[in-house]
Design a protein around this ligand. Sequence first.
Ligand code: FAD
Ligand code: AMP
Length: 481
Amino acid sequence: MSKEFDVVVIGAGPAGYVAAIRAAQLGMSTACIDKWLNPGDKPSLGGTCLNAGCIPSKALLESSELYEKANKQFDKHGIKLGSVELDLAQMQKRKTGIVSTLTGGIKALFKANGVTPLMGSGQVVDSGEVLFTGHDGEEETLKAENIIIASGSAPVELGIAPFDGDRIVDSWGALEFDAVPERLGVIGAGIIGVELGSVWSRLGSDVMLLEAVDEFMPATDRQVATEATKAFKKQGLDIKLGARVTGAEAGKNEVKVSYELGGEEHEATFDKLIVAVGRRPYTDGLCAKSAQVSLDDKGYVAVDEQYRTSLPGVYAVGDVIGGAMLAHKGMGEGVAVAEILAGEKPQVNYDTIPSIVYTAPEMAWVGRTEADAKAADIDYRVGQIPFASNGRAKALGDDTGFVKMIARADTDEIIGVHMVGPYVSELVQELVVAMEYKASSEDLARIVHGHPTLSETVHETALAVAQRPIHFPPRRKRGKR
Ligand code: FAD
Ligand code: AMP
C-alpha cells in the first residue's frame, strides 16, 4: 500500500524543512524525507546547516573567540583570570548540545505544523512517485502531487588528497576534532576554510592555509579583503595565496602536503589537513534511472524561475540548484516554492542576499562591489567610515574595520555595502532591508540611529556618500566618469 501526500520534500536542510513547513501552513499534506545520520547512526533533521555547517561552526567560533579573549584581552578590561585552561571536550559538548536542541526544534516544528518526517532516503521514481527507504531498509512507495528536491550539497573531494576521516578531513571532520592539532593545514581559503582555520588557530594550532588563487576571496570587496587579511596575519594565520596543492600523503602520525608556489615545489607537514575547496551539488541516488531530472554542466539540478525541474511536478531548491550556497538563500527558495505550489506568486530577490564570514573581524556584504559597478559601467559614489570613530566599538574594545557604501551617482540608490568589523553579520541586515526597498543613501542618512550603537557607523557611512559625515572628516571619492 502506498501513502499519499500533496507534497513530498526530499531533504530536511534549510531549503527542505522550510519548504515543508510552509507547504503545510498553506494546507498541503506534506512529508519530508531525510537520510542524515549523526555519529552513533542517529537520524537528525536540519541537513548540513544544523548538523555540520552553519550552527556547529558558529558555536565553535564563539567559544574559541571567548577563549582567545580570556587569554589576550580580558586583562585590558581589568579582569584578571589567572591561568586560562581549555576544556575542549566541554566545548564540543556545548556545540553538540546546541545542534541537538535546534535539530529537535525542527522535529517539534514539523509536529506543530503537521509535517510527516520520514527518516531514510528518498528517490524520485517518476512524476508523482517517490520511493522511501527507511534506515531499517524497509521500502515504501509515496504518491505525491508535487515533489520538492532539496538534497543539498557535499564537500568537494580532491583526488590528490582524499578524505580518510582521520588525518585528511572535510569541514564536518574539522568540527569534530577531540584534540587541538599542533600543526593544521587547510586547503582552500574560502569562507569555510578561514572560519575553521580561525577556530583552531585560536585554540592553539599553528595554521597554514593554502589557496590556489592569487587573491584572497576574489569576489569580496578588495578593501574588505585587505583589512581582513591584515587582521588574520596578526592573529597568526599563515595564508599562502597562489599555492596550489599538488599532493597529500597521510601517514600514521602526520600528513605531508606538497604545493606549488611561485613556480617552485614546496612541502609542509601537518598533524591534520582540512580540505575546504568548495561544495558540490548532492544528487547521488536521488533519481531512479527512468526518472532522471536534467542537470546543468556543473551537476546542479536545472530549474526554471519557478523552481521546476525537467520532470513535471518535480521542483528543486537550495544548494542543489546552485547560486549562492547559503542556508538563507535556500530558506527563501523553500518558502517561495511552497507558495508557488499554492498558486501564489512569490519572488526571491537574489540581488539582496547577504554574504557573511564569521571570523574576527567579521566580513559581511550585500549587492555590488566597486569592481562590479565599474564592469557594469555604473557611475557611483562611495562613502566609507571606520569603526575607529564609533563609541560603541571603542567600548567593545573592537574597533577594527569599516563600512563602505556604494550608491548610484544619478539616483543615489544604494547598490552595495561592504563591511569588515565587529558584528557586521548583524549590521548587514539593515542594508538588506534598505536595498530591498530601493533606499537611497540619503534615506538612511535621514534615519536617526540609536546611540551608542555600531549601527551609527552605517549611518555615518550613508552621510559620507554625500561628503557630510559628522563624526569623521569628509573624504572625496567618486567612481567612474
Ligand atoms: P543541506 O543542508 O545540505 O541539506 C540537504 C539534506 O538532504 C541533508 O540532510 C541530506 O541528508 C538530505 N538528502 C540528500 N539526498 C537525500 C535523499 N536522496 N534522501 C533523503 N535525504 C537526502 N551557510 C550560511 O548561510 N551561513 C553559514 O554560516 C554557513 N556556514 C557553513 C559552515 C560549514 C562548515 C558548511 C559546510 C556550510 C556552511 N553554510 C553556511 C552553507 C549551508 O550549510 C548550506 O548552504 C545549506 O545547508 C544548504 O541547505 P540545503 O537545504 O540546500 O541542503
Ligand atoms: P569556496 O569555494 O569559497 O569554499 O573556496 C574554496 C577555495 O579552495 C577556492 O578559493 C579555491 O581556489 C581553493 N582551491 C581549490 N583547489 C585547490 C588546491 N588544489 N590547492 C589550493 N587551493 C585550492
